[in-house]
Design a protein around this ligand. Sequence first.
Ligand code: FES
Ligand code: FES
Length: 421
Amino acid sequence: MTVNEAVPRGEGAPFTPRPVKAGADDPVEVRMTVNGTPTALSLPARVTLADALRDHLGLTGTHVGCEHGVCGMCTVLVDGEAARACLLFAVQLDGADIVTVEGLGRPEALHPLQESFGRHHALQCGFCTPGFLMSSYDLLTNQPDVTEEELPEELSGVICRCTGYRNILTAVDETRRAHPEGVPAPGNCGRTALVGRAGQGADASDGPDETENAASSGTQDIVLPGGDPTIAVRITTGIDLPEDRVWGVLDDIHLLARCLPGAELTDDYGHGHYAGRARVSVGPVKLTFNGVAQILEHDRAAGRLRAIAQGQDTGGAQTQADITLTTEATETGTAMHADAKVYLTGRIAQFGRALAGDVSRRMFEQFADAVTEAAASGQAPSGPVKAPSALSLVFAPLLDRVKRLLRRGGRRRRGGREKER
Ligand code: FES
Ligand code: FES
């Protein structure tokens, strides 16, 4: 199978698909920036961009109708230009910048086109809506002086089976009038960077060699998305040991990593950069993330340790986290606070916030328990700290209750013995 080759582009030059020579099922590495997030995938050469977005990155907003370039349902932006995602092989798009309907607006801040489609009832079943939104965004951006009379022809590349054309045209026309200089840019493209690429939103590097070197050595800085995290967790744990003992664990990154549920440290690049792997179960789905972590702050005197991390699984699920551990001395020992902001994208983001929040909370509770055990023994916790499973999440509240009752019973018995003496 041979497809046209990728050609390097200058600023503003149209995207030219790269030529790739590979068997249809041969995996090919491809790196794209999707909705502002750099992604790295290994895909069979036959996978279309539409399937890569839907099946490998979990971005199911891009719909597929005819798969022949006729219906326009699959329209996305490739380097700022509308393109049929069913007609492009993903492996052709190395280095491309893709925007899908998910990148257009946020639920709490929809793009003006989305607002207008809603206001004018420009959707019935909604199947053509992503294609119409991306196509009309492209039209109003590249041709803001388009006239009302020209709209039917200009938008004829997308087919609505529900024949909602009149309302669709009204919605696009209203947006055109409200933004004569061109519509606002997509509002949901995060500023992130993954290892190995300085894409949109990544910190600028001094040159390509340096970027590549930093990427391959894992020392490229991690950039977290702006905006609200998907999940915010704060767990406070009381540890019956002095702060010094707790910092005995926090100072030893390898020991600390052994306390992270389902995680292992695979590389230490120096300068506070690490590579690792983490296994997570969300409901019935098991994911293995490969990623990097960076220690931003390690201040024993101030009782503060801050790290950021990001990982990606082979199915394209991505997670990023900003974690701060703080300690303070208490009458009985140490209070350890774990504050985490977790950002989820791709397949994993489809799970409800509540379930993903439960998993995160449970993981931090297990982490705190493991730190307590390691601080008490001065050694790594006995046995690997397992990531929470669906079953453990269901039974966790029950187990916690039993533990609390046992502790209370133990205190009462001790109290009774004290009185007897
Ligand atoms: S699915 Fe791509 S144009 Fe119809
Ligand atoms: S709203 Fe149903 S296909 Fe257009």
